[in-house]
Design a protein around this ligand. Structure first.
Ligand code: NAD
Length: 306
């Protein structure tokens, strides 16, 4: 199989590249290196340092004629999307459109898209399901939602197969405190510097934290399953920020100091994504427990500093 991974130098993309190489796929990475690390891409992958909005990116996909294109390259910083909605739209909408066109011209079999729980905005429900109302409260959530609609219409008009994966809060080795869902990366940075962990509000807010390799495996599962479906890539569990601190405390053994500060305006209280449909349709399930995932993440941060 020949695969293209856009954003393959990024936190999630680089792990997906590794997983694809393990499956003996020929992997091409399209990445401009803006937030990713080109030097961290698996040595067996072929890297094209290019912007996904560039006509050259389209020409490269056309020359490769991959079977699958995994589209992860994005402007993934929520705050930046609010400061600069035009830039966010150009990368997340126009960039996606350029990649869809490339797939159409190159006769790519399937397009797998990295979407986000941010498409639901502040909708409060015990567990969100993919049929729930989407009402983004950031330009980032909006641009991802618009991109989803373009993908569905590319199937309707041009027959391009797709799977849309809406990720929960992804964490794991290699994540930086920028971008989406960075609370665990922020904690790792603080622990490394022996600084207190900043917790917004009372710490009882919950998120659906999913380990990065489980996300990579959901993408792998989408190679053969889930055509024309939209799925949650999540654990289906609510984990409070205080619980994350507690588990880190057990891993570190030494005392962790927590600094509670005012809740951030606009932050949602709880976020949990039902993954039963994904498990059934993709033949996939997350296998990494929170304690194991945090242990691996913590270990990688320690190795980074030695
Ligand atoms: P990341 O910033 O580490 O990776 C994005 C990659 O895309 C980087 O390597 C960057 O250099 C590249 N890139 C950005 N703009 C580009 C452009 N114009 N042209 C070419 N390459 C470009 O982010 P990540 O956390 O690995 O996110 C990967 C995908 O998953 C994104 O689409 C993001 O929206 C989505 N997602 C992430 C999370 C999360 O918790 N991290 C949650 C939901 C969805």
């Amino acid at each position: 199989m020949i695969a293209v991974v856009t954003g393959g130098a990024g936190f999630i993309g680089s792990r997906l590249v590794e997983a694809l190489v393990k499956q003996d796929a020929v992997v091409h990475v399209l990445d401009n290196g803006s937030t990713g690390r080109i030097d961290a891409v698996h040595p067996l992958a072929i890297v094209h340092q290019v912007d996904i909005r560039d006509p050259e990116a389209k020409a490269i996909v056309n020359a490769i004629k991959p079977d699958m294109l995994f589209h992860l390259a994005a402007q993934a910083d929520v705050q930046r999307s609010i400061q600069d909605p035009g830039f966010d739209a150009s990368v997340n909408i126009a960039g996606t459109l350029n990649m869809l066109d490339a797939c159409r011209e190159a006769g790519v079999r399937k397009f797998v898209f990295a979407s986000t729980s941010a498409v639901y905005g502040s909708l409060q429900k015990r567990k969100l399901s993919v049929t729930d109302r989407t009402e983004p409260i950031s330009y980032y959530g909006l641009s991802k939602l618009v991109a989803e609609h373009y993908i569905r219409l590319y199937h309707a008009f041009f027959g391009l197969h797709y799977t849309i994966l809406r990720y929960g809060n992804v964490y794991g080795p290699g994540q930086t405190s920028k971008g989406e869902g960075g609370v665990i990366a922020i904690f790792m940075e603080k622990l490394q510097a022996d600084l207190p962990l900043p917790v917004n509000g009372d710490g009882e807010q919950t998120r659906d934290f999913i380990y990065v390799d489980d996300v990579a495996q959901a993408n792998i599962a989408a190679i053969a399953n889930g055509d024309q479906g939209t799925f949650h890539v999540s654990t289906g569990r609510r984990t409070s920020v205080n619980k994350v601190v507690q588990v880190l405390q057990r891993i570190r053994k030494d005392e962790i100091i927590v600094q509670y500060r005012e809740a951030r305006a606009g932050d949602i209280r709880d976020s949990c994504l039902d993954n039963r449909q994904s498990q059934a349709s993709l033949s996939w399930k997350p296998v990494t427990s929170l304690s194991e995932g945090l242990r691996l993440t913590h270990q990688s941060w320690q190795q980074r500093s030695t």
